[in-house]
Design a protein. Structure first.
Length: 273
């Protein structure tokens, strides 16, 4: 990318401000600067300092990866490192992830990146993935959302597919709005085009997707149904891009029968409990 092609810092800040639905006055008050100063930055009449870029990015809740892009556009070096999860310096984080995943047995737990790519999973997840029909979907990199909603993945086994599909698509839409990530937007388009539940049931699920407090995943395994509720865990104060984009998805039994069946699956190595 040439200097002329590099996005201007002012335009990028304006784009993030508009994405967050802040007026110039709103952001200026949050950042404790004058509206005139912010206007000059956005128009290119004033070049913000490195500290000002980071201050505005903080108030706009800009993801760390995009904060680096803002700094670069302003002519500064990135401040947030991005290292592969396998990097020796992230050993403590990897150990924490392993402790959480293994400690959650016999209930499913997995780790994903910002694009829902599977990074790690415990044995409970592996046992459930043994019911996936299309082996191509299990070849790395595995996308968890695609695996959930694809007809060759877990979709045929999901008893409440309209409700679960609506929940996942609503969550993905929210991520697209929050991050403006092109890859997530493309994934959303792909998943919306997959064959899904039709008719009034599907329409009703779409209407209720934003109103649901807890949407269970009801998964038919063998001659029984697992009812699971999920929680998401993220690192609280990451200063590394990789860790900031990592999430742990842990599933808990929604009823005693599911808890018992998961324990039975673990004891039988994934066979019928």
């Amino acid at each position: 990318m040439t200097a002329n092609q590099t996005p201007r810092i002012g335009a990028l800040i304006r784009d993030w401000r508009q994405l967050r639905r802040f007026s110039q006055l709103d952001l200026a008050l949050e950042a404790e600067i004058s509206q005139k100063h912010l206007s000059f930055i956005e128009s290119g009449r004033s070049r913000p300092s490195r500290e000002m870029v980071l201050q505005l990015a903080e108030h706009l809740a800009v993801p760390l990866r995009e904060r680096n892009a803002l700094l670069f556009a302003a002519g500064y070096a990135p401040v947030y490192r991005e290292r592969p999860l396998e990097d020796p310096s992230l050993a403590a984080a990897r150990q924490a992830i392993t402790l959480i995943l293994d400690g959650h047995e016999p209930y499913p737990a997995l780790a994903v990146d910002r694009h829902w790519t599977l990074l790690a999973a415990n044995e409970a997840v592996v046992r459930l993935l043994g019911h996936v029909v299309d082996a191509e979907l299990l070849k790395p990199p595995v996308n968890v959302l695609r695996l959930s909603l694809h007809p060759g993945g877990l979709a045929p086994a999901i008893v409440n597919l309209p409700e679960w599909r609506g929940h996942l698509l609503a969550r993905l839409r929210q991520q697209v709005r929050a991050t403006a990530d092109a890859t997530l937007a493309a994934l959303l388009s792909e998943l919306q085009d997959l064959p899904g539940p039709a008719g009034a049931e599907a329409a009703h699920a779409e209407e209720l997707e934003d109103a649901a407090i807890v949407v269970p995943l009801r998964l038919r395994i063998g001659d029984g149904v697992l009812s699971l509720i999920s929680t998401t865990t993220v690192f609280g104060t990451p200063v590394d891009v990789t860790l900031s984009e990592l999430a742990l998805e842990t599933f808990f039994p929604a009823d005693a029968a599911t808890a018992e069946r998961l324990r039975g699956l673990a004891a039988n190595g994934g066979g019928h409990a």
